[in-house]
Design a binder for this molecule. Structure first.
Ligand code: FES
Length: 503
């Protein structure tokens, strides 16, 4: 099942696939919310902009988000204040509030019909023992967001013991919004090339040469807005982030739906918001998050959300379900700004930590300011070349353990599966003549074989039985059941094997 956003619009019109070498002032890699917003602002300022996208516009994370527009990012203000001081926390809040205001302005200015609604956002707990966390966040919010309110009144169908409310936030249909921006870009001579894979960026004397499909683009500025940068060096972003998978259900019920946006702070985390689907209100329930590449079953993901939906609304009927991936940084702050001191005029925006709608606008404005004014007041908070992430030793250790384990698995782990163990419409790794082989068996009993080694840096892939994909535990690349690359940082498909089956 596709996300309701992708189902709600026809394929967004683009400039098609690139067919010849070209040049531009700015080349943006990635046509999701961030790349398109950056292209929109630069086009408005009169820059000649080219966007390249390996799939279709907004088909990645933007097409699979819950699309909450908010500056309430969990209990971030307590964390930021303690870790980096109150000024950093305040700047982070102001940047995101400005992002919300900018999105509202873009919608108004361009008359974009994208089901935007102004709503409140809540973080809540149903657990008495977690109240202290709410109180601590409120203490810091006194210096950051004076409008934040502590309450225990919500319109959720269960009792909460404490919550924090942020007013004047928003929600929308991200595909319809992006479509509005794309219309503006194309009408003002911007170009957005789809099915155009970028494989390299080379520094030239006066700018960059961007290699795409069989062609080249020459540009003074390059902006990397793909969800997870595919370039390995310099930058080393793959070593400073990981990806998290989470799942979303759209349910219909005859009960009254909550009108605001919610997320809880206790595990397991559930996220709620209303949305329009085929002209009717439905409820989106998100959650069941796990590190991408961990082995999961349907029951542990969609199944868990279905159980929650039935518990809250016994008449719940699932009308949509989808999953998404989010790049997570080790210090909870996105990487936005200069890509590397070795690559002047090249910028990056990544690691949005699940808050990509607002952060995309923040990123677009920081990059716009850097290109047009040579600096931004928010640049320091989000600086992509900072060393702070390394200070998060626990996360760093987890990342290294997962990567090392996966790389070593190639040599030491005994294969647990035989090809006959694989059920229909499922997959797994088997071993033949000492070699690991990834097997997917379709509904008709036909087998498809791949080399289960990630084309990014060689980690062994895990079969994800909830989504029927091959997922990488190291940095979260994903491949479909036949080996086609779906998500970076890897950009190449898996090697396929032809194996004759013995009868
Ligand atoms: Fe880096 Fe797979 S994503 S090795």
């Amino acid at each position: 099942m596709n996300s309701i956003w992708l189902e709600s619009v026809e394929k967004i019109k683009s400039s098609g696939k690139i067919e010849e070498d070209t040049s531009a002032d700015v080349c943006i890699i990635g046509a999701g919310m961030c790349g398109i917003t950056t292209a929109y602002y630069l086009t408005k300022k009169g820059y000649n902009v080219v966007v390249v996208e390996k799939n279709e516009i907004a088909n990645g994370v933007t097409g699979h988000t819950t699309a909450k527009i908010t500056s309430q990012h969990g209990l971030i203000y307590h964390y930021l204040s303690e870790k980096y001081g109150i000024n950093v926390a305040r700047k982070y809040f102001e940047a995101n509030e400005e992002g919300i205001k900018n999105i509202k302005e873009i919608i108004k200015e361009n008359g974009i019909s994208c089901d935007f609604e102004e709503t409140n956002s809540y973080i809540y707990t149903t657990n008495e023992s977690e109240i202290e966390k709410i109180n601590e966040e409120m203490e810091y919010l006194k210096h950051v967001n004076k409008d934040a309110e502590k309450t225990n009144e919500t319109d959720l169908p269960f009792k909460v013991v404490s919550a924090i409310k942020f007013k004047n936030q928003g929600q929308f249909n991200p595909l319809k919004y992006v479509q509005g921006l794309v219309n503006y870009i194309l009408e003002h001579k911007g170009r957005i090339y789809t099915n155009t894979l970028c494989t390299d960026v080379k520094k030239e004397d006066d700018g960059y040469l961007v290699v795409v499909n069989e062609n080249k683009i020459y540009a003074k500025y390059v902006v990397l807005c793909s969800q997870y940068p595919f370039l390995k060096v310099p930058g080393f972003y793959f070593a400073k982030m990981y990806q998290e998978s989470s799942y979303v259900l759209g349910i219909k019920t005859y009960e009254k739906l909550p009108k605001d946006m919610y997320i809880n702070l206790d595990a397991p985390v559930y996220s709620f918001r209303r949305a329009k689907y085929n002209g009717e209100d439905i409820l989106l329930i998100g959650g069941a998050g796990h590190k991408t590449g961990q082995k999961v079953t349907y029951e542990e993901t969609y199944g868990m959300l279905e159980k929650k939906a039935k518990e809250l609304y016994p008449d719940a009927r699932v009308v949509a379900k989808w999953s998404t991936r989010d790049a997570v940084t080790l210090d909870k702050i996105a990487y936005i700004g200069d890509y590397s001191s070795l690559m002047p005029n090249m910028y990056v925006a990544t690691g949005f930590n699940k808050w990509g709608m607002t952060t995309s606008n923040v990123a677009a404005n920081i990059i716009l300011d850097k290109i047009t004014n040579n600096g931004s007041i928010y640049e320091e908070v989000f600086k992509a070349t900072r060393f702070k992430p390394i200070e998060n030793k626990d996360e760093m250790k987890n990342m290294l353990v997962d990567s090392t384990k996966s790389l070593l698995t190639n040599r030491i782990k005994e294969s647990a599966l035989d090809v006959d163990d694989i059920k229909e419409n499922s997959g797994g790794v088997i071993e033949r003549d000492g070699e690991k082989i990834g097997v997917y068996k379709n509904e008709d009993g036909k087998y498809f074989y791949v080399k289960p080694v990630c084309t990014h840096l060689g980690c062994i892939l895990e079969w994800n039985d909830a989504d029927k994909t091959w997922d990488c535990p190291c940095h979260g690349s994903r491949f479909d059941k036949y080996g086609k690359n779906l998500l970076g940082p890897a950009i190449e498909d898996l090697e396929k094997y032809e194996i004759k089956e013995d009868n």
